[in-house]
Design a protein around this ligand. Sequence first.
Ligand code: SAM
Length: 485
Amino acid sequence: MFAAWGLRPEVEVHQLPGEPRALLWQRALGRGLWVSPTTEPPAGLKGQLLAHHLIGPAPDLLALVPWPSRWALTLPDRPAITHPLPLRRGPGGFPFTTLALTPAELAAWRLCNGSRKLGEVLQRSGLGLDALLSLLLRLTDVSAQVVQLRPGPARANEPALDRLVCPPRPAFAREAHHHGEGGETTLKHFHEHIHDAPTHFDEGETTFAHAFERPHPALGERPFGAALIDALVGLGADRPGLDVLEIGPGSGAVCEAALSHLIERGLTPACYTRLDLSPALLHAQAQRCPTTRSLQGSAEAIPLPDASIDLVLSNEVLADLTAAATPGGFDVTALDGQVWFNVGAFRLVQELARVLRPGGLAYLSEFGGPDELPTETTQLDHPEVSINFSQVAEVAQAAGLTAEIVPLGALLGVNLDARWLSRASFEGLRCLSREYKILLAARAYTPQTLWLPEPVEGVRFVSLREDGPAPVITRLWALILKKPS
Ligand SMILES: C[S@@+](CC[C@H](N)C(=O)[O-])C[C@H]1O[C@@H](n2cnc3c(N)ncnc32)[C@H](O)[C@@H]1O
C-alpha cells in the first residue's frame, strides 16, 4: 500500500479494526504517524515522515534522547514497569500490563529522563549496547510506547510525554432501553438497575463531587458538599428550618457533607428529602444520612406538593434526564445544527417553579455550558447529553423563576492551582490496585492522601485544570434559580 513512499525498511504498518487510517511505526525509535493511504504523500506529510524518521537516512542512535512516557509507572522493588497498551484502547480506557526488568535494566530505564542522550545512558548504566538496545526495542514498541527516541531534549512540561499514539476511543455500545421510540434518551431502566454506589461512582461514572467527598485544598479544606452549602448560604439560603430537596444524590456524599455543614452553621433544616430513581442508591444514601427522607421518583415529575420546598440541590444529574430531537413544546432559541434538546432539564425547572416556595432557591449543576451544543457522551455506558444552560434558563424564566448561569468553579471558589492525581497515574495505579486485591477509589488524591502498599515511581500530581480521576471542573456549570417572594 505504501510501496511508492520510500519508507525505511524497519517501519511497521499497523491497520487497526474500525480505523480507516494506517499507523506507520518506527519501531527502533518508538515514534509513528497515523496516515491515510494515498498513492504519493503530499509535501507537508513528507516533512512529517522525515521528522519521524519514517523515511530518509538512519539517525545516529546514540545521539538520540530517550523520552519516558508519563503513563509509565516504575515498581523499583519488583523491578518492573506498569504501562498502558495503547493499541488496545477500549470504551473504558486502556488496559495496563506490567513488564519485568532486570536490576540493570531498571537502572538504565531510570537514567532515561528526557534530557540525557542514549550514549550517556549507555555509559552510565553499565548495560552493554546489545542489552540496552534490546530493552529499548521493548520500551519503544508500538504496543507499549514507554519510551520515544527523539533528536533533542524534552521541553519543560513537554506535552508529547503525555501523548500515546492510539486509535480513537471506541464508543460504548448502547442498549435498546437507553432510547425511546422517538430516539429520545430514557435512563429510567438504567438507574433503577444500578447495583451499588461504590461500583457505580468509583468505576462507572465518577462525579466531581464524588472525587471531592473529603476535605480538599482546592476547596479550602472543605468537602464538596460543605463548599456548596457555603456558596448557597451566600446566595440567601441562610435560615434554619428550611425544607431541603436533593435531586439525584448518588452515593449520598453531597447529602452527608451538606447536612452536617448546615447543622454546624446553625442552619438545621426542617426536613432533608432525597429524590432518586435508583432504589440501590436511595438505600446507600439513607445509610449515610439516616435523618433524611428517601423518595423514589423522577426529577421530571417531582412527587411533591406545590410550594413545599425552600432549597433544591441537584449536582451532576441534568445530563441523565431525557434528551430529545425536538424541544417538545418548550419555547427555546435553537442553535444551528442542534440535534439534542435537554427536554428533561426543561421539565425539571418547570417542576421547580411549582414545588419551590416564594423566595426559594435551586442549584443545578452539570457538564455543558451557556452556549453548549448538547452532545451525547460516548465514554459512558449510558447516553448522557451535555447541557445548554441558556435554553434551560429560558424555560426557567418563562416559568417565573430568575436564572443565573455561573461556572461551578467560580461558584465554589475552587482553587484551580491546587493539585490532584493525574488521570494517567490514576489509571495505572487503579490497575495496580486490582493486583493488591483492593480497588483504588476515584478520589482527588494529593501527595498527602495517596497511600500505596509498595513504592511506585512516576506518580504525578497536576493542577485541577488538567485531567484527574474525575471530570475537570472547567467543564461544569451551575444554574441558580430563585422564585420571587
Ligand atoms: C451522575 S449521578 C450524580 C450523583 C451525585 N449528585 C453526585 O454529584 O455525585 C446522577 C444521580 O441522579 C439520579 N437520577 C438520574 N436520573 C434521575 C431522574 N430522572 N430522577 C431522579 N433521579 C435521577 C441517579 O440515580 C444518580 O443518583
